[in-house]
Design a binder for this molecule. Sequence first.
Ligand SMILES: NC(=O)c1ccc[n+]([C@@H]2O[C@H](COP(=O)([O-])OP(=O)(O)OC[C@H]3O[C@@H](n4cnc5c(N)ncnc54)[C@H](O)[C@@H]3O)[C@@H](O)[C@H]2O)c1
Length: 394
Amino acid sequence: MKNLNVGLIGGGFMGKAHSLAYSAMPMFFWPAPAIPVRHTIAEANDQLAAEAARRFGFENSTSDWRRIVEDPRIDVVDIATPNHLHAEIAIAAAQAGKHIICEKPLARTGEESKAMYDAVKDAGIVHMVAFNYRRTPAIALAKKYIEEGAIGRILNFRGTYLQDWSADPNSPLSWRFQKSIAGSGALGDIATHVIDIARYLVGEFNSVNSILSTWIPDRPIQSGGADALGNVRGGDDVPRGEVDVDDEVMTMVRFANGAVGSIEATRNGWGRNNFITFEIHGTEGSIVFNYERRDELQVCFAGDADDRRGFRTIYTGPAHPYGDGLWPIPALGVGYGETKIIEAHDFFQAIAEGTSVSPNFADGYQTALIDDAIVASAEKDAWVDVPRVAELAD
Ligand SMILES: NC(=O)c1ccc[n+]([C@@H]2O[C@H](COP(=O)([O-])OP(=O)(O)OC[C@H]3O[C@@H](n4cnc5c(N)ncnc54)[C@H](O)[C@@H]3O)[C@@H](O)[C@H]2O)c1
């Protein structure tokens, strides 16, 4: 069992989630495919970097991410910065021969994502994009049922990601509301998770017809720093700056396999927190999931007798995907942290075995092409075809 040195870039929300995953992965999955060593963490300045190293258990810290990429002792580069830095860091890391895990969205646009995809293909390293929600056991269980044919041919996918942390007009203008940093708003930030789940469960997108809306055109300016996700509010006396990304996205989808669907995402839906839901109808049954009750999967099988057909609730546990490594009793509680621990496991397993892992940069690039098509569709007010990454052709 090898040790693999990790260089983590960005010590905010995702820096915390990934650090937790590196420390906990061998505790959950034993024998571990490899032991992640928290070697070096990079932050925006020396003080933040030193603080992050102490807090997240890293041996070294730096305010220059290039020192991580250039360090021959580092095996894995983990990109957990705001989106505008993903491409530059990933391309440099690929050229240096590092294995890479990059937070979603892969980049701000399809064009940037393509450059990253080309770089990792040329480098022949293991690459992963951190769409961790598909590693929620109940979602992986939905995938298993679909692959077994338990709900027949899929007809319809209805997905949502609804939150309320930016519904207050005084929630600050963090990097997530600036196109130059984030690329897009609710689309790249949260709709991409549902797009990834839809691709995972149903398949590739052929075309989209979309609406993008910006409900709050300006917000109190936040000067740098991590995004507090609405937990800090600017007062009426704080100067306001323009929001140039979407607050809400709605899209219809035509899938390549003939299924149809809809995806909605907003960060302005009062009362919704992490409301990732999907309802899938197939010719032989239905599946319903809600992340706010993520230990549960609701299924209805058409083959059940007429007098008992209806939704039943499965509580995920040892009998279900990833169950061996998680907790020994169903419904004990699987959280966000566990999805990141599973993600780290699958990434390190691919490195140890010299295989590829999914979702990888091809998937991140394909999702960026879908995002671009959604933007073009909203601008044209028309259906727009989604180009396909050649590697993902039918
Ligand atoms: N997979 C998920 O569920 C999920 C959830 C949240 C965020 N994300 C993604 O993770 C990424 C980071 O988001 P976050 O919520 O952690 O943001 P955040 O604002 O909490 O943290 C970003 C951190 O990066 C640091 N940073 C900025 N410039 C830097 C530089 N040059 N070098 C090193 N560090 C630098 C900031 O100081 C900050 O601490 C984004 O791409 C976001 O879309 C994914």
